[in-house]
Write a protein that binds this ligand. Structure first.
Ligand code: SF4
Length: 486
């Protein structure tokens, strides 16, 4: 939808709101909209101590308009003024768009990828759960089900935050290779058929960075709270490579405070009994086996060359091999899937009784083959039915995040059996602690002031560049600057 602004400069606010409510179409700012043209016109002005905003929206034959207002803050300039102006402009756009939508959005006018983070900060500043619930309802029109999700995730985050040791840091290792690229994926995941020859040099480079980061952690007495090996698909490493990397982590770091050691095993065709034995012997305590869907035709359609039966076989083998917590990822809205398919996938996965189940909603991402293609059916009602099913089986929602262009403006939610919530996922998502990230595409983070302030240090995005620059990267890792002290 084209949109134009008048009397304000809150471009991002208007665009965010349009993306959140109409994720399946592009939104471009234009200097002005001719009379009767499709699009959104947003204006703002000040009057009698108030910021007022009005939005006019035309979609096909339908059109609507709405207004919002807020008090001008004192002082009437600076960051707080901008925040309130943005809120007012977004609220007017939301109210105008609402009657033109087929379904009421479950997140109301709340945008942003980490809804539990402001909720946690509000509770930390003294807001009661009831006050927070009312604030989400009255300020953002968030549905009852999502308010509950948000508050529950904030509570899990506070529990994790209270457990943190001084200077506790999480360690991430990225393996950017996959057996083949899934159509919906925008990660830098390199197809093994084409890039398999790079796995060994990449492993060697990663070993050097593990050693350097270990030196940093030891010399600065940084305790590791968790280790997470993600990707890509880390189990594309062969047995020998996997053993070398996991051994290097054990050698290089003091893991005596480590609560959790995850390897994303991801795709079943890359998991062998020997790899599971290696993981168990190296202290891995949590793995992910990700079906995405239990519908074979949908799996084929998105380029995953395994079946639901392969997932079940692999899951049983992992249960026999080690005492891992097991997470399983599902994606709602994959092309060719529908409401009944999602419910069936959730039931089949839950029947296996994994410790964690994560339900993602498909997001269109630049860089994914699916960006322009059709997606599957997905409704908030079906998703709610899946959440209810899991909660009846004893799973609790413990972390959540949203993404731009997410189907239906919905969310990704991690569920866990009591006592099995992933510490790494919570710390990462809520920005509770520092993260040292190793490997190409890794972004180390220094977080302070309850995650309000963050300094990021990025590794090169692509494996080739990472391998070529490993001398410099390892050297920099040894003396990762602490911006908090600058
Ligand atoms: S397995 Fe995961 S990382 Fe690899 S291509 Fe598929 S979605 Fe992307």
């Amino acid at each position: 939808m084209n949109y134009c602004l008048q009397g304000h400069d809150r471009d991002n606010g208007v665009q965010e709101m349009l993306i959140s409510l109409l994720p399946d179409e592009p939104h471009d700012r234009v200097p002005e909209l001719p009379r009767g043209a499709e699009g959104c016109r947003s204006i703002a002005w000040e009057e009698a101590g108030k910021i007022l905003s009005r939005a006019w929206i035309r979609m096909g034959e339908k059109h609507a308009e709405a207004q919002a207002e807020s008090l001008v803050p004192t002082p009437a300039d600076g960051e707080e003024y901008k925040r309130i102006l943005t809120y007012t402009v977004k609220t007017a756009v939301y109210r105008a768009l609402l009657p033109l939508l087929e379904h009421k959005p479950v997140w109301g006018s709340l945008t942003g990828v980490k809804p539990a983070k402001p909720a946690r900060l509000a509770i930390r500043e003294g807001m009661s759960r009831e006050g927070l619930d009312a604030w989400l309802r009255d300020h953002y029109d968030v549905s009852e089900s999502r308010r509950r999700l948000c508050i529950r995730a904030a509570e899990y985050a506070m529990e994790a935050e209270d457990r943190l040791l001084p200077r506790e840091t999480q360690l991430y290792l990225g393996i950017p290779f996959c057996p083949a690229k899934c159509s919906y994926c925008s990660f830098v995941s390199n197809d093994m058929a084409r890039w398999g020859h790079m796995i060994e040099p990449y492993t060697q480079a990663l070993l050097r960075e593990v050693e350097a980061a270990g030196e940093l952690a030891r010399t600065q007495n940084i305790p590791l709270g968790s280790v997470y090996m993600g990707g890509g698909t880390p189990t594309t490493l062969n047995e020998d490579q996997l053993l070398r990397v996991l051994s290097a982590v054990n050698r290089g770091f003091d893991l005596s405070h480590c609560r959790e050691f995850t390897v994303e095993a991801g795709r079943p065709e890359t998991i062998t009994g020997e790899k599971l034995d290696i993981m168990a012997a190296c202290g891995v305590s949590r793995i992910s086996i990700n079906p995405q869907t239990m519908n074979d035709a949908v799996l084929r359609g998105v380029g995953r060359n395994h079946t639901a039966a392969d997932i079940e076989r692999c899951y049983r083998m992992a249960r026999e091999k080690g005492r891992f917590f097991i997470n399983m990822d599902l994606i709602a809205g994959l092309p060719g899937d529908d409401d009944a398919g999602l419910i069936e996938s959730v039931r089949r996965v839950a029947a296996l009784e994994p410790d964690n189940i994560t339900i993602h909603c498909l997001a269109r991402k630049r860089g994914a083959r699916l960006y322009f293609g059709p997606t599957g059916q997905l409704s908030a009602e079906t998703l709610n039915a899946c959440y209810d099913h899991l909660e009846k089986l004893g799973y609790e929602p413990y972390y959540l995040y949203r993404q731009k262009y997410m189907a239906g403006g919905l969310e990704n939610v991690g569920f866990c059996k009591p006592g099995t919530a992933s510490h790494y996922n919570i710390c990462m998502m809520e920005e509770l602690s520092d993260v040292i990230a190793l490997g190409s595409g890794g972004v180390s983070k220094l977080c302070w002031e309850n995650g309000r302030r963050i300094h990021r240090v990025a590794n090169p995005k692509y494996p080739k560049e990472y391998i070529e620059r490993i001398d410099l990267i390892a050297e920099e890792k040894r003396r990762l600057p602490d911006e908090r002290q600058v």
